[in-house]
Design a protein around this ligand. Sequence first.
Ligand SMILES: NC(=O)C1=CN([C@@H]2O[C@H](COP(=O)(O)OP(=O)(O)OC[C@H]3O[C@@H](n4cnc5c(N)ncnc54)[C@H](O)[C@@H]3O)[C@@H](O)[C@H]2O)C=CC1
Ligand SMILES: O=C(CO)[C@H](O)[C@H](O)COP(=O)(O)O
Length: 299
Amino acid sequence: MQLGVIGLGRMGRIVVDRVLDAGHEVVAFDLSEEAVAAAADAGAEPAESVADLADRLGDDKRIWLMVPAGDAVDATLDDLDPHLDADDVVVDGGNSHFEASVRRAEACSAAYLDCGTSGGPAGAELGFSLMIGGPQWAYDEMTPVFDAVATNPDGHDRMGEAGSGHYVKMVHNGVEYALMQAYGEGFELLAEGRYDLNLEAVARTWNNGAVIRSWLLELCEEAFREEGTDLGDVDDHIAGGSTGTWTVQEALEQEVPVPLIYQSLAERFGSRAADRFSRRLANRLRYGFGRHEVARKDD
Ligand SMILES: NC(=O)C1=CN([C@@H]2O[C@H](COP(=O)(O)OP(=O)(O)OC[C@H]3O[C@@H](n4cnc5c(N)ncnc54)[C@H](O)[C@@H]3O)[C@@H](O)[C@H]2O)C=CC1
Ligand SMILES: O=C(CO)[C@H](O)[C@H](O)COP(=O)(O)O
């Protein structure tokens, strides 16, 4: 099979390498000339633009987008659409909002598959977990590519109609936030608690047979090994948040309680404000109702 890949960053480059390793051909494009050159060094056919990539693909084009979610997906589709027809297939492997994917599937001249991708850059060796929404025929047609990019045939599946792949990935990320928060709270208690513990040793022990073993816990073990049991100079600031916000918004709309996911999202937002207004007000209110001493910034 011949696959066009647009977006050759941390994730797209893995798609390129795994598809080439499986014996397929790849035509590659990115706004970054360096990224295109690096993909060409790895064996891909370089393209100079989206239109050039489309020209280099034969009939029945198969194209994987791995550009940042949002405007970059729409801009790429705008450039691509004049070159597409109903026999072509476009996969969006990024973290797009599921409603944007439904809109794009309706507008796209080709069959459109929304593909939630999990595994991160560490998936280069293992492959990814792929959650795919869209027409069954397009999923079947792309199966050789999904087999190459995923961990194994069980590492990809069609979730359902358009949008369902990115919907499942959105919820996956909400779960990811809550798991990170749970590990974080447990290790914080161990770090602040009664015993002088080596947290790398705790994580390693848990990772070997404990009920709570997981890849995220392996990453905790790696973090303590590389940063130290006190996490050294790692700041208490958590970036990101879009997919967790979408999960909470959807849960509110569906009236499904997700307090753990919400709380972990709120912790992220809280981590970005060094000087929380709500805490300062609570500090002052304790004086108001109880004449408790007000802690001042200069104290
Ligand atoms: N990094 C991760 O762990 C994961 C990322 N994702 C999603 O995968 C998508 C890609 O993420 P990364 O590879 O990490 O991002 P990245 O920033 O490493 O790579 C994005 C690439 O797209 C290129 N690009 C941007 N706009 C473009 C355009 N209009 N046309 C062509 N190329 C364009 C950039 O030059 C860059 O090389 C995002 O939607 C992200 O949310 C999904 C799962 C995990
Ligand atoms: O999808 C992912 C992992 O599954 C990406 O790493 C994503 O960026 C994680 O979300 P956030 O940036 O909000 O932490």
